[in-house]
Design a protein around this ligand. Structure first.
Ligand code: IPE
Ligand code: IPE
Ligand code: MG
Length: 263
C-alpha cells in the first residue's frame, strides 16, 4: 500500500490540476549571500545552488512545464572577480557532466541561450555535446541562459535584421514583431508566462527583456540555494492566482469574449 500523500505532494497535485505555466524563467539569485551568511565562500553558495537546479528541474518536468529557462550567468557577470568567474565556469562544467544522464533519461532537451562563444572551451564542449545528444527529446526544454543579456540579444537581433535588409532579403517596412522574435535566441520557445526571482531582489537584471513583456513576475524571499520544491510550488500557486489581462479589462478576460493571448 502506498503511504498517505505529504503536504508537498498534495500541493504539487493541486498546482498540476490548476494548469501550469508553459514557460517559466528563473533568475537564480542570492547564492553569494546564502554562503556569506553561513561563513562560507561565495562559491559554496553557487555549489549548493546546483542542487536547487536539479530539484526545480525535476518538479517542473513532473508538472508538465514545457520550457524552463534558468538565468545562470549574465553578460554582466563577467565583470565579477576572476576567481569567482572561474569557479562558476568549473561548476557549470561539473553540472553538465553530472546531470547529463538524468537529463537524457527524462526526455529533457537541454539548450542554451546567450553569447555562447564567450564561454571557455571546457564548458562549451560538454554543453554542445549534451545539446546535440538531447536534441530529439520532447519532454521539456531546459534552457540555460549563459553569458546572457536581454539588451545584447536585442542588439544582435537588430543587427541580423539590418544585415538581411542590406542583402535585399528583407524590406525595412516588413520588420515586425514576428520577424524580430525570429532572431532572438529564444526563437521556438513558448511565450514566457512566469518569471521568478529569488533572494528578495525585485529587478529584471537584463533577463529576457522582450519576452517578459506580459509575463507574470513573482519574487521569492528564499535565496537560490534554499529555493527547493515547496518554494517553487508556492510561486506557481501565486501565478495561478493572477489574472492575465494583456491590456484588456477584467470583465473581458473573465467573459472569455476575446482571446487575450497576444498573437
Ligand atoms: C546568483 O547569485 C548567481 C549568479 C549571478 C551567477 P549571486 O552570486 O548573485 O548571489 P548574491 O546576489 O551576491 O547573493
Ligand atoms: C542576475 O543576478 C543574474 C543571474 C542570476 C545569473 P545578479 O546578482 O547578477 O544581478 P544584480 O547585479 O544584483 O542586478
Ligand atoms: Mg546576485
Amino acid at each position: 500500500m502506498s503511504s498517505p500523500a505529504s503536504p508537498d505532494e498534495l500541493l504539487e497535485q493541486q498546482v498540476k490540476e490548476r494548469g501550469v505555466p508553459r514557460h517559466v524563467g528563473i533568475i537564480m539569485d542570492g547564492n553569494g549571500r546564502w554562503a556569506e551568511e553561513r561563513g562560507l565562500v561565495r562559491l559554496e553558495g553557487h555549489r549548493e545552488g546546483s542542487s536547487s537546479v536539479r530539484e526545480v528541474t525535476r518538479v517542473a518536468r513532473r508538472l508538465g512545464v514545457s520550457a524552463l529557462t534558468l538565468y545562470a550567468f549574465s553578460s554582466q557577470n563577467w565583470a565579477r572577480p576572476a576567481e569567482e568567474v572561474a569557479g562558476l565556469m568549473e561548476l557549470l562544467r561539473e553540472y553538465l557532466e553530472k546531470e547529463r544522464a538524468e537529463i537524457l533519461d527524462n526526455n529533457i532537451r537541454l539548450d542554451a541561450i546567450g553569447e555562447l562563444d564567450r564561454l571557455p572551451r571546457y564548458v562549451r564542449a560538454p554543453l554542445d555535446r549534451l545539446r546535440e545528444d538531447s536534441a530529439g527529446n520532447t519532454g521539456m526544454v531546459l534552457s540555460l541562459a549563459l553569458s546572457y543579456g536581454g539588451r545584447e540579444e536585442l542588439v544582435r537581433a537588430a543587427r541580423l535584421l539590418a544585415e538581411a535588409a542590406v542583402r535585399g532579403e528583407l524590406k525595412p517596412a516588413a520588420v515586425n514583431e514576428e520577424q524580430l522574435e525570429r532572431h532572438l535566441w529564444t526563437n521556438g520557445l513558448p511565450p514566457l508566462d512566469l518569471v521568478i526571482r529569488t533572494s528578495g531582489e525585485q529587478r529584471i537584471s537584463n533577463f529576457l527583456l522582450w519576452q517578459a513583456a506580459y509575463s507574470e513576475l513573482v519574487f521569492a524571499e528564499e535565496p537560490w540555494p534554499a529555493f527547493r520544491t515547496p518554494a517553487f510550488l508556492a510561486c506557481l500557486a501565486e501565478y495561478q492566482r493572477r489574472e492575465r489581462r494583456y491590456g484588456q479589462t477584467s470583465a473581458q478576460v473573465r467573459g472569455g469574449v476575446v482571446d487575450p493571448t497576444p498573437s
